[in-house]
Design a protein around this ligand. Structure first.
Ligand code: NAP
Length: 312
């Protein structure tokens, strides 16, 4: 397959390298100094689970022209960066499949510029951070690459995308309701991020306080119940089970273990520096939606204050 990965950060770099190594023709769209570094050194990855370092050469491009043709474009910019990319994707009519592998609490609302037939929704299967030129990452079997058509159908292209990800070493799972999956996931994510910021920006510090983790569990529970009260059936089932059905003490213990894991030290802590624009924007979108719910979210509201950034 001829694939363009749009955005050369953590997620884009790992997917581009893995897909290229699986035999696909991959181009990676990068900008500024990152493009220079990738042309000079290739994509440098370190798997934090086993310390394995790899370097992969892919073709580096700096723009997507209206006439450029690829089988699929994987969009891996952040949610708060997407608005600048959408007009460029809309101007290109050659690529029939645009797969968005990013946090997205608003579903299709933001894609008005695009033909919905071109869109596949997804979520990446890794946690990681870029330090200088090297991306340090971790993959977990229980965290698959999620994929779904906008209308929930299982189409040949969806099967083909799942197959190429599996061939590249990722687990992949199809969701019949990816828009809700992304919203449910965003509520959980934002709860964890805001509670971690309140605990001093270290997930291990948050894990130490059972009281604070219990507050986090309560906040996520409130968010999910408020979403459900708006008529949105919750998915995935695993999150409903964890936050709504299982005994609270069990969920708190499990969350403490998760917050002490490598996934948290790589997938949460390094992203809590000066630029928390993506989380801030996600929180605003989520709260705008949940404000219309008949169920209130007092604990979640208290946590989300930590994401409010001073305006410059
Ligand atoms: N990293 C994780 O652990 C993780 C885990 C699960 C989900 N996610 C989600 O996956 C998405 C991507 O995350 P990430 O960690 O890969 O973010 P990231 O490291 O910040 O990467 C985003 C990349 O996109 C580039 N970009 C942004 N706008 C662009 C534009 N207009 N033109 C060209 N390049 C552009 C950025 O370039 P600049 O650096 O020049 O801005 C950056 O290289 C996010 O929604 C995130 O929430 C991440």
């Amino acid at each position: 397959m001829n694939i363009l990965v749009y955005g050369a950060g953590v997620i884009g770099s790992v997917y581009a390298a893995r897909l290229q190594e699986a035999g696909h023709r991959v181009s990676l769209l990068a900008r500024g100094q990152r493009a220079v570094s990738l042309r000079t050194h290739g994509i440098q990855l370190e798997n934090a689970a086993n310390g394995r370092k790899t370097t992969t050469q892919v073709s580096i491009v700096e723009r997507l022209a209206p006439t450029d043709s690829y089988d699929v474009v994987l969009v891996t910019v952040r949610f708060d960066q997407l608005h600048a990319v959408l007009p460029i994707l809309a101007a290109n009519r050659q690529v029939s499949t645009l797969l968005f592998l990013l946090s997205n609490p608003v579903g299709m609302q933001q894609f008005a510029l695009l033909d919905p037939q071109r869109i596949v929704l997804g979520f990446p299967a890794i946690g990681g951070v870029r330090k200088e030129d090297v991306v340090h990452y971790i993959t977990l079997r229980q965290m698959p690459t999620m994929l779904g058509e906008v209308d929930g159908r299982v189409t040949p292209r969806l099967r083909q995308l799942a197959a190429i990800f599996k061939q590249a070493g990722f687990t992949a799972r199809l969701s019949p309701d990816m828009q809700t999956w992304l919203q449910t996931h965003a509520i959980t994510d934002i709860g964890i991020i805001s509670a971690t910021i309140m605990a001093g920006k270290k997930s291990a510090l948050l894990a130490r306080s059972r009281h604070n983790v219990a507050q986090l569990v309560q906040a996520i529970r409130e968010g999910l119940l408020a979403l459900r009260a708006l008529g949105t059936p919750l998915t995935p089932f695993s999150l409903t089970l964890l936050f709504l059905w299982l005994p609270r003490w069990f969920t708190v213990t499990l969350m403490q273990a998760l917050l002490r894991s490598r996934l948290s030290t790589l997938g949460i802590d390094p992203h809590l520096g000066d630029d928390i624009g993506e989380y801030n924007q996600m929180a605003q979108e989520i709260m705008e939606r949940l404000r219309t719910s008949p169920r209130t979210t007092p604990t979640l509201n208290r946590l989300l204050v930590s994401l409010e950034q001073p305006t410059h």
